[in-house]
Write a protein that binds this ligand. Structure first.
Ligand SMILES: *[C@@H]1O[C@H](CO)[C@@H](O)[C@H](O)[C@H]1NC(C)=O
Length: 236
């Protein structure tokens, strides 16, 4: 068993080292047009992927959102996270060289992708949306084994799929856990927030995938009291 874990650790390291060397060095760019995404990646190990999705009305019940009445008709993306047991890998780039992402340029080459990102990946509060994308890309996308464009494409396709599977979940109370797990066929991770009166609302879910992109039970399971609800209304 120990030996198997050790071998796994070695193979993960090899994969991540390869990731590190695949990235174009920014020192080569001199005369070239800058790339849409630029970050010198540092090697990282992870066991599985997790897409974290948020329910805007719940998030906006306790925060000042940009668009308080965003239709409660979809789970929007927070981020796609290459994940290991805590601590989760993040900020996988050389901090001295920084991290660059230009979504104006991405929209020029992949307009459909960026349209989908506005729909499925809006910033709900604080940052403006492209700034939020850049923040998430630099924090988690640089830990992803493929390019920045592939990172966003992958997350969008996962969000579409999860929304499709969850569209018939009608229970907004404690039964939601069971319905969502059943609809997806795996155990989902949940994040809740305490609201007035000692209640909890579901703000975020995490759907986990193995390294071959098959959905799997999220190892961290629930982080909510069983009485949690999610809301259809923005109280603000
Ligand atoms: C992003 O790219 C556009 C188009 O190439 C350019 O005009 C703009 O200055 C760039 N923004 C940043 C912050 O580099």
């Amino acid at each position: 068993m120990l030996r198997a874990i050790f071998l796994l650790a070695i193979s993960l390291t090899v994969v991540s080292t390869k990731v590190g060397t695949e990235v174009v060095s920014s020192t080569q760019k001199s005369a070239e047009k800058p790339k849409i995404f630029e970050a010198i990646k540092t090697p990282v190990c992870y066991n599985y992927f997790q897409i974290s999705l948020q329910w805007a009305p719940s998030v906006c019940a306790t925060r000042r959102c940009h668009e308080p009445f965003l239709e409660p008709d979809r789970w929007t993306i927070n981020g796609l996270l290459p994940t290991s047991s805590p601590p989760y890998p993040n900020t996988c780039y050389d901090r001295n060289l920084g991290c660059r992402a230009n979504f104006t340029e991405l929209a020029e080459v992949s307009p459909k992708l960026v349209d989908d990102m506005w729909y499925y990946w809006p910033s709900l509060y604080n940052k403006a949306t492209p700034e939020f994308w850049k923040y998430i890309y630099c924090k988690y996308g640089t830990c992803y084994p493929e390019s920045g464009t592939d990172y966003f494409k992958k997350a969008i396709s996962m969000a579409k799929k999860v929304n499709e599977l969850l569209k018939d979940v009608t229970d907004r109370g404690p039964g939601a856990f069971k319905q969502m797990n059943k609809a997806l066929g795996v155990n989902v991770g949940y994040w809740c927030r305490n609201v007035r009166g000692g209640a909890q609302i579901i703000e975020q879910i995490g759907v986990c995938y193995d390294r071959d992109w098959n959905m799997m039970d999220c190892p961290h399971a629930k982080m909510c009291a069983i009485t949690a609800e999610y809301t259809d209304y923005c109280s603000a």
